[in-house]
Design a protein around this ligand. Structure first.
Ligand SMILES: Cc1cc2nc3c(=O)[nH]c(=O)nc-3n(C[C@H](O)[C@H](O)[C@H](O)COP(=O)(O)O)c2cc1C
Length: 349
């Protein structure tokens, strides 16, 4: 099972609280994160992309480095770790994105590059730039993504596309260099809706998802990925995502998290829940449903405890069939990565 890190390209990270460590993304932080992660044996780094944050006291996601160009820089300073930037499909045409991928994959070297496909779940983000195609987009966004991927895959495989679809029309579009038979990019997606999972199973290699600590819930969630994969005739591995808090004891972790909880930035939680309100499907797995739960100041479930207990929880997750990897968020990427790397990693080897 592969272990990875969700990179801190967005300010304040993943805990919406005035008491949690706050940070603004910078090249220094990104380099430190990537080099530490590589040094401690993490196998991949995924960088999210955002154009508009939530404002509020914590300035949640207001500061955001561009995911792709940051990863291009990291391709030059790392050697082993796989780098996965995110493409926000509404922001760039597929030929441009396909070229970015080929270029940075070439910089990173064989087997080191991937791409996370983002259709967009926040109307206010896209509306702010005049790029929201209309509310109907929310319904058809994974059909749009399917055409986008088809164009990119044709270009990567053959260097040429004449694809004619509903959303994209190519007229002898070219991509040189192209991958050809040696397709050297992992495609990942984190769509949680049924449509998102169907898209992932058809076009992607891994499915990222908010992780569950309850084994039965995790198994249920992975069953959705596997069913979608079986229908598409492909195997898509599940990569659950957890916040990780390691301290000397569980009590210490509870103190830390309790403090975050007491100091939740409620207006920001409300803003984010509002941004996710395009999803009115009522689906229990939708982002809106997740954000509407009571402990929503932390965006994912948390693996917490002393190093031994954290290692045991990770091992238990790795034993669930269908899990290909686990990704972590940390609230202080400097000290938390060191603690995980020196105290938990040795117990996992
Ligand atoms: C690991 C992970 C990474 C994500 N990265 C981004 C991102 O960079 N930008 C973004 O707007 N949304 C991002 N999302 C949101 C997803 O792309 C997706 O829209 C969301 O999980 C809701 O699923 P749905 O689109 O199927 O409704 C991410 C979600 C996860 C779990």
């Amino acid at each position: 099972m592969k272990l990875g890190v969700f990179a801190p390209t967005l300010s304040t990270g993943w805990v919406i609280s005035t008491a949690s460590p706050q940070y603004r993304p910078s090249w220094f932080l990104m380099q430190e994160t990537a080099l530490k992660a590589e040094h401690y044996g993490f196998e991949f780094l995924l960088a999210p992309n955002k154009y508009k944050g939530m404002g509020g006291e914590t300035r949640f996601w207001d500061y955001a480095l561009d995911s792709f160009t940051t990863m291009a820089g990291l391709a030059a300073v790392t050697r082993k770790i796989q780098l996965i930037p995110s493409i926000s499909l509404l922001s760039v045409p597929p030929v441009y994105a396909a070229k970015q991928v080929v270029t940075v994959a070439n910089m990173a070297g064989p087997g080191r590059f991937g791409v996370n496909i983002i259709t967009g779940w926040e109307k206010p983000e896209w509306e702010s730039m005049g790029l929201w195609p209309g509310d109907e987009y929310f319904e058809y966004r994974y059909d749009y993504a399917a055409e986008y991927m088809t164009v990119m895959k044709e270009l990567w495989a053959t260097g040429q596309s004449d694809f004619k679809g509903k959303f994209f029309q190519m007229n002898d579009a070219k991509l040189e260099p192209h991958f050809g038979d040696e397709m050297d990019v992992a495609v990942v997606c984190a769509g949680q809706s049924d449509k998102g999972m169907v898209f992932t199973s058809q076009f992607a290699d891994y499915q990222f998802m908010g992780g569950k600590l309850d084994r039965a819930e995790l198994v249920g969630q992975i069953a959705r990925v596997r069913t979608a994969g079986e229908q598409a005739g492909r195997t898509t591995e599940a990569y659950p995502l957890y916040q990780c808090v390691v301290r000397d004891s569980l009590e210490e972790c509870e103190d830390v998290i309790g403090n975050w909880r007491e100091n939740q930035d409620y207006p920001t939680v409300a803003t984010m829940t509002g941004h996710a309100s395009m999803d009115s499907s009522g689906d229990a797995n939708s982002l809106h449903a997740t954000l509407s739960k009571s402990d929503n100041f932390m965006l994912w479930e948390v693996i917490k405890g002393d190093p031994k207990s954290v290692a045991e929880q990770i091992r238990a997750i790795s034993e669930v069939e269908g899990v290909g990897g686990v990704m972590f968020t940390f609230q202080d990427y400097q000290t938390d990565l060191d603690r995980f790397g020196t105290q938990v990693m040795p117990l996992l080897k």
